[in-house]
Ligand binder design. Structure first.
Ligand SMILES: Cc1cc2nc3c(=O)[nH]c(=O)nc-3n(C[C@H](O)[C@H](O)[C@H](O)COP(=O)(O)O)c2cc1C
Length: 393
């Protein structure tokens, strides 16, 4: 009986992923990872080296995947039969020092290394996640082996380096890599996503800010990465981003301007702004304002960040506009920045536009083409990333 709860939006629907685990202690994370991949819509099959099967029971992985687990090669020639289609993805996680060494030297004496030998020749997408102590990970043999595998087209996901270990990354990091491997991707393009709420300081302890959550930027960054972009995020997001996405935090309005200018010394294929930068800011008091009496505060307009971006950015520019109206004047509203497209974000949706609830976005281009996209932010941002990928091709 299958008791998996699928998400509303399934980026891995129709995809088969073979998770091949070798004997690292982090195999304890595999039941969760396999369930996470299935919740994204993937059909997941598991193979385990003898070392992995001594650490975590194949029975548990059978429950997690909903399929029999291969721990050795039998008369069913599992190393061939598990990967039938060129579209199937082989995910070697965790990949031990031993398994990486064997993969790069053409040794196939476990189900994991034999699957690799078949997938490499068959032209399947292969992703490997090395996990071990840092002393092993950083040694020159390991680094040479990883480089050799990269040159053969294997995607190596960088581990998280902490407490003397090269640790397994977030599930979201691995999920995004699997989606990217499965999707028709753009290559050699980079994107800057400016997101979340900005604030203006009233005095050293008080702020003016807004209710933007950064949820849209979080999903747009992931969606662009999944499409094949290199992605940098400037601003705030509601939870940790996958490790392949560079995150530069910003909060204060001046910080957004300074960091955006500095980032734009590099050129970007696209800059998009699902951000809420304050429109007004007070004169900042240097001391804490006395709370025992009333005071008057004058709010001055803040220059538009999108206009400043346009001064330094020649590529595609896609700002967001929060609105409740038909927004026929959208491109007049952005007359200084001349965007290539605008995403209209309607704040009269059920539950409001903030956080991870429902959303209503329209992707609008200057020639009047309107695409209505999405029910939730992950799905909507996937559609926006698809539109952007079409435009940069
Ligand atoms: C509890 C335990 C944890 C281990 N963790 C790791 C690890 O994180 N990374 C690694 O490269 N080897 C680790 N090893 C060593 C490997 O299991 C060993 O090198 C084994 O030969 C790997 O075989 P395999 O690659 O076929 O699974 C661990 C061994 C044990 C017993």
């Amino acid at each position: 009986m299958d008791d998996i709860d699928l998400k509303d939006f399934l980026p891995l629907k129709g995809r088969k992923i073979v998770v091949a685990s070798s004997g690292s202690v982090s195999v304890y994370r595999m039941p969760d990872l396999v369930r996470d991949l299935r919740r994204e819509g993937a059909d997941v099959w598991v193979a385990m080296s003898q070392g992995a099967s001594r650490l975590v029971s194949p029975e548990l992985m059978k429950w997690a995947s909903g399929h029999n687990v291969a721990v050795e090669i039998t008369g069913d020639i599992e190393h061939i039969s598990l990967i039938e289609d060129r579209e199937d993805v082989l995910l070697i996680v965790p990949a031990t020092y031993n398994t990486i060494g064997k993969m790069s030297s053409g040794i196939a004496d476990s189900i994991v290394t034999a699957l690799f030998s078949h997938a490499l020749g068959n032209g399947n997408r292969i992703i490997a996640v090395p996990v071990m102590h840092l002393s092993m990970y950083s040694n020159p043999i390991m680094q040479r082996n990883l480089q050799m595998l990269r040159e053969m087209g294997v995607r190596i996901i960088d581990p998280i380096e902490a407490q003397g270990k090269a640790k397994i990354p977030l599930s979201a990091t691995i999920v995004d890599e699997a989606v990217r491997a499965s999707a028709s991707a753009v290559s050699g393009r980079n994107a800057l996503v400016i997101t979340g709420k900005g604030h203006a300081e009233i005095d050293p302890v008080r702020l003016i800010t807004n209710r933007s959550s950064g949820e849209t930027g979080y999903w747009l960054a992931r969606a662009l990465y999944r499409k094949g972009f290199s992605v940098t995020v400037l601003g705030s997001v509601p939870r940790e981003l996958p490790g392949q996405i560079k995150h530069i935090p910003a909060g204060d309005v001046g910080e957004f301007f300074d960091k955006a200018r500095s980032l734009l010394r590099e050129s970007y294929s696209v800059v998009t702004l699902p951000a809420a930068i304050p429109d007004f800011a007070p004169e900042r008091s240097t001391g804490k304002i006395d709370s025992t009496s009333s005071f008057e505060m004058k709010l001055n307009p803040v220059p538009k960040l999108v206009d400043e971006i346009r001064k330094h950015h020649k590529g595609l520019l896609v700002p967001f506009r929060l609105t409740s109206e038909s927004a026929d004047d959208t491109f007049r509203h952005f007359k200084t920045s001349r965007p290539d497209a605008v995403v209209l974000n309607y704040y009269d949706t059920e539950g409001g536009p903030f956080g991870d609830g429902k959303c209503r976005f329209i992707f609008l281009t200057p020639d009047g083409k309107k695409t209505i996209i999405g029910i939730n932010k992950e799905e909507a941002c996937t559609s926006i990333a698809k539109e952007i990928a079409e435009m940069v091709k």
